[in-house]
Design a protein around this ligand. Sequence first.
Ligand SMILES: [Zn+2]
Ligand SMILES: [Zn+2]
Length: 212
Amino acid sequence: MKTLTFCLGALRTNTYFCFDDAGACVVVDPGMDGEGIWNKLCEKGLKPSHILLTHGHFDHAQGVRYLAEKSGAKVCIHKEDAVMLQNPGFASATLYYRGDASLYPRCEADILLEEGSEIQVGTMHFKVLHTPGHTPGSVCFAEGNTLFCGDTVFAYGYGRYDLWGGDREALSRSLNRLSALEGDYKLCPGHGNTATLSRHREEIAAFSRQLT
Ligand SMILES: [Zn+2]
Ligand SMILES: [Zn+2]
């Protein structure tokens, strides 16, 4: 798997293009500007078959409708966050649209994910870890030794739990789970720099304890 990272929008959300040598492609979290993301894909000669969402917040999902319409990609989100694609309030989009939620590009999920779901795209194989807490349906996608972890954990922190559906105790359990994963992973978070689990394992365990 090759990845390209784009840091986009007012909240500097990471959008990842994942692709293989044969051109199979997925986009993780097309957050802010669907048209801009589509243009970048076209420049690279990539056409995604799937859009993988780590969770339903607007800064990760705002570009989904445009991108899905242009590319025909299937929209994949955990079943407990799917409602956020239809509800700008749940997606915290009203913060961004200054209350005019009618402007939010609502869309529908095509594939509802759950713990253990697997998505095969070309030679890439994404496995779903349900890691609730930041939102009810927050997930991490593991592909080989890369983990796309959304807003559950960052290089130096963890996601907030005070927005719709947030759950401090669930986040603590999710961080504990990630800190205990076997082997090493490159952590690709929803905001900020990448990290490695081997270097941050103790810190993530400490975050978990802070939240109990
Ligand atoms: Zn979020
Ligand atoms: Zn975010």
